[in-house]
Design a protein around this ligand. Structure first.
Ligand SMILES: Nc1ncnc2c1ncn2[C@@H]1O[C@H](COP(=O)(O)OP(=O)(O)O)[C@@H](O)[C@H]1O
Ligand SMILES: N[C@@H](CCC(=O)OP(=O)(O)O)C(=O)O
Length: 369
């Protein structure tokens, strides 16, 4: 049966750690694997990092630049070079590819989000393998995916993929960073997010020298993907052929089981496509009402309001300590909410001088994270 498969490969797998030069055999083996998957009739998307790493190697820079403008310039050098190599290898196997560079802004606006969806569908329908990266050269700091783990999960969610493979330089997830904790326990399966929380995995710092985000962004990517019903696997980038074995049922890497009832596409867009512009702190009653009883959020349950936002913008809903529980689209702006938080709905018209919505966030626009 045809499956939609998203494969993300990180800089740490695409380049050699000592020299920063491309790991040609890994890239060639990845190309072969993805072509095999296409021959089996699957729809394949590659999310490839490496623009900054490859650009640095090209320009003789020995470490990842920190200054934003330099990083953006280096990415422009590396992205072209990376695509040239992919195109040479995929062309050898007669597989057409396409470059898709996305910024966060492309997913924030609903019309652009749907447009991106349509483009992916067309490319997949044409039998093309889209090669996706963040458009690092133009992305502005406030509107960035920041790491390709998150980007790949959002792409997998957008196209409602069956599989997301996060290829990295460790063979799986461990209870702690195996580089610094040699006896860290390997983890093969995570059945749900509650289980993940109970494992209390230590993710250490930012990951390898050239990578962005380390394991922490892979775990949050898995969270986004499984909510969309996408089975997610963290596995070693050096052995891309393992992807085929995993699809055939071999227990390689760490598997995150997809949520049995995926969150709807619109709610996924609210939760992960939009960038929240404020925070509402809720009392325990409101937390129970939205998370256990599936109710809408009323002004009475809001303890405090943070940030400046307009109505219909996305905000985070948090407990007293700031832990995020849900996200949603607000029916009031931040100024109005400052005045009505903690109040009963029937008093809103009196306080504001006009009648607004009965709910602050309607349950149709509210999604538990
Ligand atoms: N709990 C953990 N299990 C496995 N690896 C971990 C863990 N915590 C941190 N890491 C580190 O994450 C690194 C991979 O992240 P990163 O360098 O960002 O890779 P990539 O370039 O593939 O995105 C590994 O090299 C490993 O040292
Ligand atoms: N967009 C950036 C990659 C950012 C990123 O997430 O890197 P990595 O952790 O190596 O997957 C680039 O192409 O260099």
């Amino acid at each position: 049966m045809t499956k939609t498969i998203v494969v993300k490969i990180g800089t740490s797998s695409l380049t050699q750690p000592e020299t920063g030069q491309l790991a040609l055999s890994t890239i060639a083996s990845l190309t072969e694997t993805l072509c095999n998957l296409r021959l089996q009739g699957h729809r394949v998307i590659l999310v490839s990092s490496g623009a900054v790493g490859v650009g640095c190697a090209r320009l003789g820079l020995t470490e990842r630049p920190k200054a934003i403008a330099l990083k953006q310039a280096v990415a422009a050098v590396g992205q072209g070079r990376l695509m040239r190599i992919y195109d040479d290898l995929f062309s050898t196997l007669e597989q057409p590819i396409a470059q898709v560079l996305l910024t966060r802004a492309d997913l924030v606006q609903r019309s652009r989000y749907l447009n991106a969806y349509n483009t992916f569908q067309e490319l997949l329908g044409l039998g093309v393998i889209p090669v996706v990266n963040e458009n690092d050269t133009v992305a502005v700091e406030e509107l960035k995916f920041g790491d390709n783990d998150t980007l790949s999960a959002l792409v997998a969610s957008l196209v409602e993929a069956d599989w997301l493979f996060l290829l990295t330089d460790v063979d799986r997830l461990y209870s702690a960073d195996p580089r610094t904790v040699p006896d860290a326990r390997p983890i093969s399966l995570i059945s749900n997010m509650k289980e993940l929380a109970e494992l209390q995995i230590q993710t250490g710092g930012q990951g390898s020298q050239w990578g962005t985000g380390g394991m922490v962004t892979k775990i949050s990517a898995a969270r986004i993907a499984i909510a969309a019903g996408v089975r997610t696997v963290i596995t070693q980038g050096r052995f891309p052929h393992n992807i085929e074995k995993i699809i055939q049922g071999e227990a390689i890497g760490t598997h995150f089981e997809p949520q049995p009832e995926p969150t709807s596409a619109r709610k996924r867009w609210i939760a992960y496509g939009l960038v929240p512009t404020g925070k509402l702190y809720l009392d325990d009653g409101a937390i129970n009402a939205i998370s256990l009883a599936g109710k809408s959020l009323l002004a009475a349950g809001i303890k405090a309001v943070e940030g400046e936002f307009d109505n219909q913008e996305a905000v985070q809903l948090c407990d007293r300590t700031g832990n995020e529980i849900a996200r949603g689209l607000v029916n009031y702006n931040s100024e109005e909410l400052q005045k009505i938080c903690g109040c009963h709905s029937r008093d809103i018209a009196g306080i504001l001088g006009y009648a607004g919505a009965e709910t602050v966030i309607h349950r149709d626009n509210l999604v538990l994270t």
